[in-house]
Write a protein that binds this ligand. Structure first.
Ligand code: ADP
Ligand code: MG
Length: 560
């Protein structure tokens, strides 16, 4: 083991802590490649519209059913360090662009598989890394070349893009309804920045979910849904033409920090004391009333007595509204959040066509809707069961992110593996411009890109060899949008099939997968400290460092 060095005199010198495991060179590489490829193998079958779903069971027995690459990898508890790096790819793609997580993991896995071929032929990893990096740059140029600009105001095309991102999900049958909601929601909250481009902050879209009904009952609310009820039974439950006050202080008598004792000696005093409290609370309510508000949304508490006076004044009130919701309410209704009741004036009030408490299954929620040009909106997700609602929520997340991507950077490509096949084809020709062995790496990069259309075809039950032959032939003839139409199981023009995706997603897949593959290829030494809780090895120490079994292949991966 490398952790034992010997001095010229033959004395052993212990460099690493006892029990530390090290694997070096080819062995380290092989372990890492195996682990990383296995991760790709896991998500592979879920790629595309005909991909399968995964059922994930956590240690508490909770079940998640999903087709979303990022979610699958988040839920499984991966132990091997290289496998963890693959999970990171999915995470980074999810954060950056929201869609394309499965593709990036599948592509990274394919890059590593092809790299292994070269390593077996004694090509040095650093040559492969250089070749991959050059190929990735060229691939980005190629995809940018074929992408084309869209008009962010073109709702029809936006709907097609949103629908494509949901095509591969459980909710695909409902994508006409959900897609429309996603397009409307993002366009509603998009803000023009100074240079004329759009900025989409998805924090301004509140997604609330509730099991029950069907996915088709999912609704866009031009305002905010609060999972709270009206605070007092005597208050109105519906107010048309709402004038809304947003207060972030309590309508309560402040308690002193120190415990104070008030000695009351005669009943009259008691009466006076209570009356005084009463008067203060009534004064608070009067302030709300005189501002002209008929709805009060309070971030803090509302005293019972204040509730009573509010009810008498026909003011609807909700208490303990979350801070994040207060911000959304301000953006949706145009109200200003007021800290001090004394400052509240008619100018601070927001407006909504309707504020109403409604029953959603067994809960009572307050809907603030019909806001004029709201800069925050809500989506109420419904579906047959909690699992369906959860998966619908995840699919909505992907679609919302994709809309954000195209609104902020309005350039798209067709999907179905067409751009990947196109780039692969071009790269194979471009490879000859590269020197020596880097050529081989570029060729392998191109082959790895083909794994996307190939996997789409396999997952759709198409014959992989026939399909890829036809795809390559038609790509070579110059029809660059030829891809895999998974729904009909044919090779065809994906543009005509309305399968459209943001350019930014394709760019991110190429970048993240290449980065991850290179990072894994660069490793030739894995030094793993053992947990201190592990029982010490037998006396003499060497026993504890015996086998490297724990790090070999699947040995280090725990997928419970
Ligand atoms: P990812 O997590 O990578 O987005 P998906 O399971 O969503 O994985 O699959 C995305 C892939 O499926 C993309 O390559 C996309 O172009 C493709 N795709 C989506 N809809 C269709 C369709 N109707 N026909 C063919 N391919 C499609
Ligand atoms: Mg997707």
């Amino acid at each position: 083991m490398a952790s034992i060095q010997t001095t010229p005199g033959g004395m052993p010198v212990l460099i690493l802590k006892e029990g530390t495991k090290e694997s070096k060179g080819k062995e380290a590489q092989r372990n890492n490649l195996t682990a990383a490829k296995l991760i790709a193998e896991i998500v592979k079958t879920s790629l595309g519209p005909r991909g399968m779903d995964k059922m994930l069971v956590d240690t508490l027995g909770d079940v998640t059913i999903t087709n979303d690459g990022a979610t699958i990898l988040k839920e499984i508890d991966v132990q091997h360090p290289a496998a963890k790096m693959m999970v990171e790819v999915a995470k980074s793609v999810d954060n950056e662009v929201g869609d394309g997580t499965t593709s990036s993991v599948v592509f990274a896995g394919a890059l590593l598989e092809r790299a292994e071929d070269l390593i077996n032929k004694d090509v040095h990893p650093s040559v492969i890394i250089d070749g991959y990096s050059a190929a990735s740059e060229q691939a980005l140029k190629l995809v940018q070349k074929i992408a084309f600009k869209i008009d962010p105001a073109n709702k029809e095309i936006l709907l097609k893009i949103a629908r494509t991102s949901m095509d591969s999900k459980l909710v695909s049958d409902d994508s006409p309804v959900l897609g429309q909601i996603v397009v409307d929601a993002t366009r509603q909250i998009a803000e023009k920045s100074e240079d004329g481009s759009l900025k989409v902050d998805l924090d301004n879209i509140k997604v609330e979910k509730k099991a029950g009904g069907s996915i088709r009952d999912t609704k866009l609310i031009k305002g905010v849904v609060l999972d709270k009820e009206v605070v007092h039974a005597g208050m109105p439950k519906r107010i048309d033409g709402a004038k809304i006050a947003l207060i972030n202080s309590a309508l309560e008598i402040e308690k002193t920090e120190m415990s104070a004792e008030i000695r009351i000696t005669d009943p009259q005093q008691m009466q006076m004391f209570l009356e005084e409290e009463n008067k203060m609370l009534k004064a608070m309510v009067d302030k709300v009333k005189s501002s002209g508000a008929n709805v009060l949304l309070c971030q803090k508490g509302i005293d019972d007595i204040a509730q009573h006076y509010l009810a008498k004044a026909n003011i609807m009130a909700v208490r303990r509204v979350k801070e994040s919701d207060m911000f959304k309410l301000a953006k949706a209704t145009g109200a200003r959040i007021v800290n001090n009741l004394d400052d509240l004036t008619a100018k601070d009030l927001g407006s909504a066509d309707l504020v109403e408490e409604r029953k959603v299954e067994t809960d009572k929620w307050v809907f603030i809707e019909g806001c004029k040009n709201p800069k925050a909106v809500s989506i109420l997700v419904r579906g047959g069961s909690q699992r369906v609602v959860d998966e619908a929520d995840r699919s909505l997340h992907d679609a919302l992110m994709v809309m954000k991507d195209v609104l902020e950077k309005p350039a798209i490509v067709a999907g179905g593996g067409a751009p990947e096949a196109y780039i692969a084809n071009e790269l194979r020709q471009w490879a000859s411009t590269q020197e020596g062995r880097a050529q081989l790496a570029v060729q392998k990069f191109a082959d790895a890109l083909d794994s996307i259309p190939l996997t789409l075809a396999e997952n759709s039950g198409m014959d992989p060899i026939d399909t890829m032959t036809e795809l390559r032939a038609r790509q070579s003839k110059g029809s660059k949008w030829t891809g895999i139409d998974c729904r009909n199981g044919v090779v065809t023009d994906m543009f005509k099939q309305d399968v459209l995706e943001p350019l930014s997603v394709k760019e991110q897949i190429i970048k993240s997968a290449t980065e991850a593959a290179s990072m894994i290829l660069r490793i030739d030494d894995v030094i793993a400290a053992t947990k201190s809780k592990m029982p010490a090895g037998p006396p003499g120490g060497m026993g504890g460092m015996g086998g490297m079994g724990g790090m070999g292949g699947m040995g280090g991966m725990d997928m419970e």
